[in-house]
Design a protein around this ligand. Structure first.
Ligand SMILES: *[C@@H]1O[C@H](CO)[C@@H](O)[C@H](O)[C@H]1NC(C)=O
Ligand SMILES: *[C@@H]1O[C@H](CO)[C@@H](O)[C@H](O)[C@H]1NC(C)=O
Ligand SMILES: *[C@@H]1O[C@H](CO)[C@@H](O)[C@H](O)[C@H]1NC(C)=O
Ligand SMILES: *[C@@H]1O[C@H](CO)[C@@H](O)[C@H](O)[C@H]1NC(C)=O
Ligand SMILES: *[C@@H]1O[C@H](CO)[C@@H](O)[C@H](O)[C@H]1NC(C)=O
Length: 482
C-alpha cells in the first residue's frame, strides 16, 4: 500500500516536472531578443535562399529560428547568432545592412555573419554595447570604410574576424586594447599603413591573419610577446625589409608561416630550422637571396614548402622529411640537375613544382615512389628530355601538367590523358604526331611551338594553343588542304 502511494506520488511529481519543463521550453522569445532579431531581419533586403524564413514573430526563437541559439541557463536568452552562406550555392546570400537594434540582444556572446556576401555598411559600432560579447566574425561580406578609432572598446573579445570585406585605412592604434584576443583576422580587405605595433599586446594570440591587404613597411619585431602563435599569415601585402629576428621566438609552436607576395629581402634566416612544429612555409614571390640554410634538414615536419620566385641559389639542402606533400622551388637561381631523392621517394606528394630549376634529365628516369596522389606537376623551363607518357599514365588524380619550354620528344597519339586532367601545357617542346580528340575535355591546353601535324579535333581552344607547329590544320587554324 505504502509502496503504491509512493509510486503514485512520484509519478505525479514527475508529471508536474515534465509539464513545467515543456511549458518552459514553449516559452516564446524574450521580447528584447525578438525585437532585435526581427529588426536585423527587416534590415535584410534580399534573402533568396530563405535563410531567415524561420524567423517569425511570436514563435520560439531559441530552437526554431535558423542560426539562433540561447543559453540553457538563466531565463533562456539569445546568446549566439550564426549565419553562414554556402559558397557553392549562388542563392545563398543576404543583401542589406546590419541593424543596430541587434544591441537589444543583451546576452549575446557571439555573432558570426559569414559568407553572406552582400551585407554592406560600415563597421557595426553598436557591438560596443553588448557587455558579454566575446566572438565576432563578420567575414566575406561587403562592409566598407575604416575601422572606428575606438575599436579598442571591444577589449573583451576573444576572437575578432572581419576577413573578406572592403575595409580601408590604417588599423587604429586602440586595437592594442584587444589584449584577450586569441584570433585576429583582418585578411582580404584594403587596409593600408604599417602593421600595428599594438598587436604585441595580444599575448594570447594563436592565429594572426593580415594577408591580402596593402600593409607596407617592415614586419614589426614584436614576436617575443606572441609566443602562442600557431598560424601567421602576412602574404599579399607590400611588406619590405628582412624577416625580423624575434620571429625566432615562435619556434616552439608555430605550424604555419605564410609571408608570400611581398617585397622581403635578405636571406632566409637559419633560425627557421628550429621550428619543430612547422608544417607549412611559404615565402614565395619575394626578393630573398642567398642559399637555403643547410640546417633546413632539421625541419622534419615540413609538408608544404613554397619558395617560388625569389633569388635563391645552390646548393639546396637535402631535407630529412618523412614525406613532402607539396614543394615549389620554381624560378629561383637553382641548378638542381635532377629531382632530389627526398622528393622522388616521398610517399605522400601531391604537388611538385620545379619550373626553371635547371633540371636536365630524361623524364623516363624520374621514378617517383608513388604517383597516385599527384594533383599538380609543373616542370616548365628546364632541359628535360624524353616522354611524359609513362609518368602520366600512372596518375589517376592529376589535374595539371605543365612542362613547356623543355626538350620533350614523344608521339602525342600515345599520350593517355587522365580523366581528372584539366590543364595540359606542353608549349615549346618537340612533340610529334596528331592532336588526339581526348584533349577536348580539358580546361586549358597549350601545345604551341612543337612538331605536331594533321587535322585538329573539334575543341573550344583558341588558335594560340596550336600556333607554331609543323603542319596542324583545321579550326581554329586555317582549313586543311584537300
Ligand atoms: C547586392 O545588393 C545590392 C543592393 O542591395 C543589389 O542591387 C544587388 O543585386 C545585390 N547583389 C547580388 C549579387 O545579389
Ligand atoms: C591568456 O590566457 C591565459 C590562459 O588561458 C589566461 O589565464 C589569461 O587570462 C589570458 N590573458 C588575457 C589577457 O586574457
Ligand atoms: C639540427 O639537429 C641536430 C640534431 O638533431 C643538431 O645537432 C643541430 O644542432 C641542429 N641544427 C640546427 C641548426 O638546429
Ligand atoms: C604506361 O606507359 C608505359 C611507357 O610508355 C608503358 O610501358 C605502359 O604499358 C603504360 N601503362 C599503361 C597502364 O598504359
Ligand atoms: C604516332 O603514333 C601513331 C600511332 O601509333 C602512328 O600512326 C604515327 O605514325 C606516329 N607518328 C609519328 C610522327 O611518329
Amino acid at each position: 500500500m505504502a509502496f503504491v502511494f509512493v509510486s503514485r506520488f512520484l509519478t505525479l511529481v514527475l508529471l508536474l516536472l515534465l509539464s513545467f519543463h515543456s511549458q518552459h521550453c514553449l516559452a516564446k522569445c524574450h521580447v528584447d531578443d525578438e525585437t532585435g532579431l526581427l529588426a536585423f531581419k527587416s534590415g535584410i533586403t534580399q534573402d533568396p535562399s530563405g535563410m531567415l524564413s524561420s524567423w517569425k514573430s511570436g514563435t520560439e526563437c531559441c530552437s526554431a529560428w535558423f542560426g539562433v541559439s540561447c543559453s540553457s541557463g538563466y531565463g533562456k536568452r539569445v546568446t549566439s547568432i550564426s549565419l553562414y552562406g554556402q559558397l557553392d550555392n549562388p542563392k545563398s546570400f543576404l543583401s542589406g545592412t546590419i541593424s543596430p537594434s541587434l544591441s537589444k540582444i543583451r546576452y549575446l556572446t557571439d555573432i558570426s555573419l559569414t559568407n553572406l556576401r552582400n551585407i554592406t555598411g560600415t563597421f557595426p559600432t553598436f557591438l560596443y554595447n553588448l557587455p558579454d560579447l566575446s566572438i565576432v566574425y563578420i567575414e566575406n561580406n561587403k562592409l566598407s570604410g575604416p575601422l572606428p578609432v575606438d575599436i579598442g572598446k571591444l577589449f573583451r573579445l576573444f576572437a575578432f574576424g572581419v576577413s573578406g570585406n572592403r575595409f580601408t585605412g590604417s588599423i587604429p592604434s586602440s586595437i592594442s586594447q584587444l589584449t584577450k584576443l586569441s584570433q585576429l583576422k583582418l585578411d582580404g580587405n584594403l587596409f593600408t599603413g604599417q602593421i600595428p605595433d599594438g598587436i604585441r599586446e595580444m599575448k594570447n594570440l594563436t592565429y594572426l591573419n593580415l594577408e591580402k591587404n596593402q600593409f607596407s613597411g617592415k614586419i614589426p619585431d614584436f614576436f617575443t610577446s606572441l609566443t602562442d602563435l600557431r598560424i601567421l599569415s602576412l602574404g599579399y601585402n607590400k611588406l619590405t625589409g628582412e624577416l625580423p629576428p624575434t620571429l625566432s621566438a615562435l619556434a616552439p609552436l608555430l605550424r604555419f608561416l605564410e609571408i608570400s607576395h611581398n617585397v622581403l629581402t635578405g636571406k632566409i634566416p637559419d633560425y627557421l630550422s628550429n621550428f619543430q612544429q612547422l608544417d607549412t612555409l611559404d615565402l614565395s614571390s619575394n626578393q630573398l637571396t642567398g642559399t637555403v640554410p643547410t640546417s633546413f634538414k632539421n625541419l622534419t615536419k615540413i609538408f608544404n614548402l613554397n619558395l617560388r620566385r625569389n633569388r635563391l641559389v645552390d646548393p639546396f639542402p637535402e631535407l630529412n622529411v618523412r614525406g613532402i606533400e607539396s614543394l615549389d622551388l620554381s624560378y629561383n637561381k637553382f641548378n638542381l640537375g635532377t629531382i632530389p631523392k627526398w622528393v622522388e621517394t616521398s610517399p605522400i606528394i601531391y604537388s611538385l613544382k620545379l619550373s626553371g630549376c635547371g633540371l636536365k634529365f630524361r623524364l623516363e628516369d624520374f621514378k617517383p615512389k608513388q604517383t597516385y596522389f599527384y594533383d599538380f606537376i609543373e616542370l616548365s623551363d628546364n632541359q628535360i628530355s624524353g616522354s611524359p607518357v609513362g609518368l602520366l599514365n600512372q596518375t589517376t588524380l592529376l589535374k595539371g601538367f605543365w612542362a613547356s619550354g623543355n626538350q620533350l620528344r614523344f608521339n602525342m597519339s600515345n599520350l593517355i590523358i587522365p580523366k581528372s586532367l584539366k590543364n595540359l601545357v606542353l608549349a615549346r617542346n618537340q612533340v610529334l604526331g596528331k592532336v588526339p580528340q581526348s584533349i577536348s575535355g580539358l580546361k586549358k591546353v597549350d601545345l604551341s611551338h612543337n612538331h605536331l601535324c594533321g587535322q585538329l579535333p573539334v575543341t573550344k581552344f583558341p588558335a594560340e594553343a596550336f600556333l607554331g607547329n609543323d603542319c596542324l590544320c583545321g579550326s581554329p587554324l586555317p582549313p586543311c588542304k584537300k
